[in-house]
Design a protein around this ligand. Structure first.
Ligand SMILES: *Cc1c(COP(=O)(O)O)cnc(C)c1O
Ligand SMILES: [Zn+2]
Length: 414
């Protein structure tokens, strides 16, 4: 069981025992989980993982929980889709989509992080859990808290999409809509975490939450036949997912489950909120926070907690970054729908259009394997495209009306 050695400061290296803390007492650096990879190597093999559940919990020995998982048992193991039609449009020969728009139970990759954070919250004995969210985390914390019988408090910027608000309220949570942007919501929550004894999944439970994202990377490699891809394009908000995918691939390599990590990581953001991509493309050493202004609300974090590490991951891997306008976000959502039959949310519109840009810049080799992280479902951000898709053609229930409609030039075909 003892595969977790403790927590370690990412800045100064100070060690801490497993507990609900997230910043170093000495230098205020962020803490991360340290695993005993030698002990894990003795327990896991490709075969043992393949014989595990068809969920993210097939990697249970690589996750920071002590007992068996108790929350989110059907999260993960989402499809890795080969995307030849989209690839043709983008000029990428070997394109795959890791499709977390159908992750369970709330249709975004956030279910992975919450499944780990709330399993851990129960191990720590929390009765009440909470989060600061741009939308998908709100949905996921509320749903998993309901499943686990925990009380929950969910904090969001007040101007989120209807789908994100309804998709939180339905689970019977306490939803606090704050008049302010995400960074203001997060600051309030950091203060609240000190005052109330709640388990904030992305504040005091952040090290455990973050490692749930590793499973996104594990699954990509396993689904490619135990092989790391050449390139992964990832939408960035707080900057956690991109570095955890890379960390996950590194662990599989260290465990001998894959043979090397040639993978280059690419950060994708909206131009209206690009603190991470602008840091990378400008070569800056420090991240400059921005005031978010984009329809890609789920990734609109102006002062990302892990922004520095996201940029470091991109640089270390030899990848790059790009951002796209809101218009390109809508184009990306439509292109994905029209070519691959996947309706994804704004964050994925960002990813698709950024991939198009990177491909046009010649960043991917001819036969390289490219994976796009599709992280959330389009039914939750309908506002982004609702004015863009035309109308149905209305007809009467008879063939004459159908014939007339088929002949009419106004027939919507796209
Ligand atoms: C939260 C989120 C991200 C980015 O996650 P970080 O780990 O905060 O960078 C990407 N896509 C969607 C849909 C999200 O909800
Ligand atoms: Zn420290």
């Amino acid at each position: 069981m003892a595969t977790v050695l403790g927590l370690k400061c990412r800045e100064c290296g100070e060690l801490y025992p497993v507990s609900p803390v997230h910043v170093c007492e000495l230098c205020f650096g962020p803490l991360e989980i340290i695993y005993d990879l030698e002990a894990i190597a003795k327990k896991v093999s490709r075969e043992s993982i393949e014989a595990g559940p068809t969920s993210m919990w097939r990697y249970r020995d690589l996750l920071p929980i002590d007992g068996e998982p108790t929350v989110g048992l059907d999260c993960g193991w989402t499809p890795l889709v080969r995307a030849d039609r989209l690839g043709k449009e983008l000029g990428i020969n070997n394109l795959y989509l890791k499709n977390d728009s159908v992750n369970h139970p709330t249709l975004s990759f956030k279910d992975r992080v919450v499944a780990v954070a709330l399993t851990k919250a129960k191990e720590f004995g929390y009765q009440v859990v909470a989060c600061a969210s741009t939308g998908n985390l709100a949905n996921s914390v509320a749903a998993h808290a309901a499943q686990a019988g925990l009380e929950s408090y969910v904090f969001i910027p007040a101007d989120l999409e209807q789908g994100k608000i309804l998709g939180t309220l339905i689970y019977g949570t306490h939803l606090l809509a704050v008049s302010g942007n995400y960074d203001e919501v997060n600051r309030l929550c950091a203060e609240a975490a000190g005052k109330y004894g709640w388990g904030f999944v992305n504040i005091n439970l952040r090290p455990f939450y973050g490692d749930g994202s590793k499973t996104f990377g594990y699954e990509i490699a396993e689904q490619l036949g135990w092989k790391a891809p050449d390139h992964v394009v990832v939408p960035c908000a707080g900057g956690s997912l991109i570095s955890k995918i890379y960390k996950g691939l590194g662990e599989l390599n260290a465990l001998g489950l894959i043979d090397g990590v040639p993978t280059k990581m690419y950060a994708a953001q909206a131009t209206g909120c690009n603190p991470i991509t602008s840091m990378i493309t400008s070569g800056a050493e420090v991240m400059r926070p921005v005031k978010p202004n984009t329809i890609a609300k789920s990734i609109a974090i102006g002062n990302p907690a892990d922004g520095y590490f996201a940029a470091e991951t991109v640089r270390k891997s030899g990848g790059w970054a790009a951002d796209v306008t809101d218009e390109e976000v809508v184009d990306g959502i439509r292109l994905l729908g029209r070519t691959e039959g996947i309706f994804a949310e704004t964050a994925s519109g960002v990813t698709v259009s950024v991939a198009k840009k990177l491909a046009a810049e010649g960043r991917f080799g001819r036969n390289d394997v490219v994976v796009l992280a599709i992280t959330g479902n389009g039914l939750k951000t309908q506002e982004a495209v609702s004015g863009e898709l035309g109308r149905p053609t209305y007809i009467q229930p008879n063939l004459q009306s159908l014939d007339t409609a088929l002949r009419a030039e106004t027939l919507v075909t796209a």
